[in-house]
Design a protein around this ligand. Structure first.
Ligand SMILES: NC(=O)C1=CN([C@@H]2O[C@H](COP(=O)(O)OP(=O)(O)OC[C@H]3O[C@@H](n4cnc5c(N)ncnc54)[C@H](OP(=O)(O)O)[C@@H]3O)[C@@H](O)[C@H]2O)C=CC1
Ligand SMILES: O=C1OC[C@@H](O)[C@H](O)[C@H]1O
Length: 392
């Protein structure tokens, strides 16, 4: 008989930056009152900063974590905490391989921020370790778990727009400056090669997510994609704009994934100007209004209904008590359900799909001549790497 008590997942937060703060606040929302979820709940057991214990303490106060939450001054201490079920890796992409491996080696389940790694080989090694340790491992592409994504995938599978032959998806930030820069300091993780900066790994991954979740993910027999890319390099060496054509010849389908730090997806900064994602089937289209990481509207335009348009709006629910809700809690709920049910990977974003997406991005960057330093591209784990110890 099913229990009425929700399954509790106990989290350890690795890093204390912007997304760590945002995600942890989502974890601390009440699933029942925020989003009508009653089967799982979350507990924040600890947070760790590679800079200092004090920073972790300040983080926990800022996110209004319960007083029981522990602060650690190192990632090593965090992964050694026996009370923690799952580690959320919220460091820059450059660090993901070493940090996620540190947690997997310690036998922890892991939710790792996007982009999963810098290279496909690193991602493969993480998957191998998750298999070896028999733990859950998932790339934190929160968009996949948002109700709008689930609904759009269902619509496509229902055949309402016929077979999908082309998807055009864009996530671009209009940051062009008169002085020729894209407004981020050269040291910022968005453009700094030492932190695996660049438009593709940070933003283009969402455009690719839409291409993949509407085509590759729904293929009954998976086909390896062909990749052609155009890459505009920024003066730091990272990519400031990347356009990728992904082709699946046997399925007669093509995806076009676009990203730029100079242009915005829409004419205004809110990206409301036009459909960020256009899903084209032989019987109609679905237009999704951006931003691609958290879109809030889709339109179905059916050819057989004389072009009639159905518009559906979504919103991000808030915890009334905390006055907070960002939309990352659905991926956290997915982690809880998978772990509760003994699953090692999520069906909405299987390991194999994360790996193929990493291969596509690696190939695109290779075609554009973008390279990253050895420290962050090595696929050899080193627990004492500065990426794990914080000794910068
Ligand atoms: N899903 C989403 O919507 C989003 C995902 N992201 C992803 O999350 C990751 C982190 O992004 P974000 O939170 O914006 O980044 P921040 O720069 O705000 O935070 C990164 C944190 O990582 C830790 N860190 C360890 N070493 C370094 C280093 N050498 N340089 C900088 N930080 C370091 C720091 O925490 P400490 O000192 O405590 O160890 C720092 O606070 C990226 O991979 C990004 O792609 C980002 C934004 C949105
Ligand atoms: O994942 C992300 O989504 C939101 C963006 O603002 C951020 O740069 C990116 O990392």
């Amino acid at each position: 008989m099913a229990s009425n008590t929700p399954f509790t997942l106990k989290w350890g937060i690795m890093a204390t930056g912007w997304i760590a703060e945002t995600f942890t606040q989502d974890l601390l929302t009440n699933p029942a009152t925020t989003r009508d979820v009653h089967d799982v709940r979350h507990e924040v057991v600890a947070a760790a900063s590679s800079s200092s214990k004090q920073r972790a303490e300040e983080f926990l106060v800022k996110v209004k974590a319960p007083s029981s939450a522990k602060a650690y001054g190192s990632y090593h201490e965090l992964v050694a905490d026996p009370e923690i079920d799952i580690i959320y890796v919220a460091t820059p992409h450059s660090h993901h391989f070493q940090n996620a491996m540190l947690a997997l080696e310690a036998g922890k389940n892991v939710l790792c921020e996007k982009a999963l790694t810098v290279t496909a080989s690193q991602a493969r090694k993480l998957v191998d370790m998750a298999k070896k340790k028999k733990v859950f491992f998932m790339e934190a592409v929160w968009t996949r778990y948002q109700p709008i994504s689930i609904k759009v995938r269902e619509l496509i599978q229902s055949g309402v727009i016929g077979p999908v032959y082309r998807v055009v998806a864009d996530l671009s930030f209009g940051n062009d400056q008169p002085d020729g820069t894209v407004s981020f300091a050269d040291t910022h993780r968005m453009v700094n090669p030492d932190l695996a900066g660049g438009a593709l790994l940070d933003l283009g991954i969402y455009s690719l997510t839409w291409v993949f979740q509407t085509m590759y993910h729904l293929q009954k027999e998976k086909e390896k994609p062909k990749v052609v890319a155009a890459v505009q390099k920024y003066h730091t060496g990272a990519d400031e704009a990347t356009s990728i054509i992904v082709q699946w010849p046997q399925h007669k389908s093509q995806g076009i994934a676009l990203t730029s730090l100079r242009l915005a997806t829409g004419v205004d900064k809110e990206n409301t100007g036009g459909p960020a994602i256009r899903i084209q089937g032989s019987g109609g289209e679905i237009h999704v209004t951006g931003p691609a990481y958290r879109p809030l509207q889709y339109k179905v335009i059916r050819g057989d209904a004389g072009g009639k348009i159905e518009t559906v709006d979504f919103s991000i629910p808030k915890d009334p008590e905390r006055d907070w809700g960002h939309g990352m809690f659905w991926e956290a709920d997915e982690c809880a359900r998978c772990i509760r049910d003994g699953k090692k990977e999520s069906e909405s974003l299987p390991w194999e799909e994360s790996l193929v997406m990493m291969e596509v991005m690696e190939e695109a960057l290779k075609q554009g001549g973008v390279t990253y330093p050895d420290l962050i591209t090595t696929d050899v784990f080193d627990a004492q790497s500065p990426l794990n110890t914080g000794k910068r």
